[in-house]
Design a binder for this molecule. Structure first.
Ligand code: C2O
Ligand code: CU
Length: 493
């Protein structure tokens, strides 16, 4: 049963914010050193939640000084998938999926972006805690990059893990056409896996001639869970085979970059361990659970292969009655010694059980109505987002403070909610506490479901919150939150 308090129907405004969060608490570890002995003060619930958060991930990352300079050019090209005729696509550097950028934690990425598309675009670095100006949101953090234009992105990631990048202009069209790339931030000393492999999972909706169906944001897609295509690919191929030798221990990084389709990967007779979700390591590795990978989600798994030769299909069990083979793993050849090392999944992940005692800072109600450019508008709090240039801030958050934010799905459709600029933890589903041993940046909210999230933002600025079913986002299911410095007071905003 949902414990939603829908009685609070008035959207929270900047003015109401001050009443919601006490103004004077000094977050642990962030205050100025005080000259004398600190005055005795009972620990508040907020203090305890922040103390639990300490050590989860850093505010800043010291740069190693190593700089990776890359050029990313978005433009049209062709892709051949299986027996299909060559497909006209849009790609970064002529590849689908785009180039995989691999750097180490502490390294700086300098990406010169060149737009050779027939329309404006940007690059958003999904899941990466970047300075706000590098977040790639048109009109909010940067001007859109017009055809022929360039933009220089530069940042030093603060978290190791598997991240990705994609446009934030007309995403439902640009991502579907092939504009997707991966950013892997390796640990300072990567573990000696036999192989470190990437699988980019996608689907495509084609027209009868075998080209990408040019009808985007259809009423059908909007009335359902976005655009689900029939042609499924892994790394741009319909027949991906990962070849390993008996005894190998691999790290497999999976990204779901589909517009709308959710995937539940299943590894048959293999026994993978889940290492990381949305880039961040777990508290400890766990047996691979049934995990609904929504568009945007990443999963890293650790698999050791037995001393047998076999070919194992990797399937999608999102619809258990209609399993689909995504690709396969072929174990063959001379056996090798299995690399032995401690799992890298040993992160500090707060339990935040007290988080559910905090007031709900904001309850986003999610629903649709008829109207708008596409015939159906998806909304947060009955407000469709009508363009990045006409945005308003829906809520304020304070940096270095714990916030509990609720998403109440009043519709029957799926809504994978993604927040820019912060990780979060799922605290409860339909009011029932859950303890996922990991952070996320995207969570699938099912029809009529209510999900409570806990978060401590680390970076100030205006950040998007949106459904990652790109058709839902495009038709209005986006909003902005603003993270303020911890000495911010509403009266000064
Ligand atoms: Cu991958 Cu704004 O999202
Ligand atoms: Cu949605």
């Amino acid at each position: 049963m949902s414990e939603r308090d829908d009685g609070v129907a008035v959207p929270w405004t900047r003015r109401r914010f001050s009443a919601a969060v006490g103004a004077a608490l000094v977050p642990i570890g962030c205050g100025q050193p005080s000259p004398g002995p600190a005055p005795a003060r009972a620990l508040t619930a907020q203090d305890r939640l922040l103390a639990e958060f300490q050590g989860a991930y850093p505010d800043e990352m010291a740069a190693t000084g190593r700089v990776h300079e890359v050029e990313l050019v978005a433009g049209p090209t062709t892709l051949e998938v299986g027996e299909q005729p060559a497909m006209q696509v849009w790609a970064y550097n002529g590849q689908v999926p785009g180039p995989t950028l691999r750097i180490r934690l502490g390294d700086t990425l300098k990406a010169r972006f060149v737009n050779r598309l027939p329309m404006s675009t940007t690059i958003h670095w999904h899941g990466v805690r970047v300075p706000n100006a590098m977040d790639g949101v048109p009109h909010v953090t940067q001007p859109p990059v017009e055809p022929g234009g360039t933009f220089d992105y530069e940042f030093t990631p603060k978290d190791a893990g598997t991240y990705w990048f994609h446009p934030h202009v007309r995403g439902s069209e640009q991502v579907e056409r092939g504009l997707v790339g991966v950013l892997i931030v390796e640990d300072p000393v990567p573990d000696p896996y036999s192989q470190d492999v990437l699988w980019v999972l996608d689907d495509w909706r084609l027209d009868p001639t075998g080209q990408i169906d040019g009808k985007f944001n259809t009423r059908h897609d909007l009335a359902h869970d976005g655009r689900w295509g029939r042609m499924r690919t892994v790394n741009g191929r319909s027949d991906e085979v990962l070849r390993v030798r008996p005894g190998e221990r691999i790290r497999l990084r999976m990204l779901n970059c589909a517009n709308g389709r959710a995937v539940v990967p299943h590894f048959g007779s293999l026994r993978p361990k889940l290492l990381a979700v949305d880039g961040k390591y777990l508290r400890a590795p766990i047996e691979m659970p049934r995990f609904e990978m929504a568009p945007g989600n990443r999963l890293d798994v650790d698999i050791t292969f037995d001393l047998v030769s076999e070919r194992v299909p990797v399937s999608d069990l999102f619809s258990p009655s209609r399993p689909h083979v995504l690709g396969s793993i072929e174990i063959d050849g001379e056996p090798v010694d299995t690399p032995q090392f401690e799992s890298p999944a040993a992160a500090h992940v707060p339990r935040w059980t007290g988080g559910l005692e905090q007031p709900v800072h904001h309850d986003y109600r999610m629903n649709a109505r008829r109207g708008g450019e596409h015939g159906i508008e998806w909304m947060f709090d009955n407000q469709p987002f009508t363009g990045h240039d006409a945005h308003t801030i829906s809520i304020d958050l304070v940096r270095h403070r714990f916030h509990r934010v609720r998403f109440s799905n009043e519709s029957g459709r799926l809504h994978p909610i993604h927040m820019h600029g912060t990780f979060f933890r799922v605290l409860a589903r339909n009011g029932v506490p859950v303890d996922e041993p990991f952070f996320r940046d995207t969570v699938l909210v099912r029809g009529r479901e209510t999900v409570d999230l806990g978060m401590v933002p680390t970076d100030i600025g205006k950040w998007m919150v949106h459904c990652h079913i790109l058709e839902h986002a495009e038709s209005g299911m986006m909003t902005l939150v603003e993270v303020h410095d911890d000495d911010w007071a509403p009266s000064r905003s």
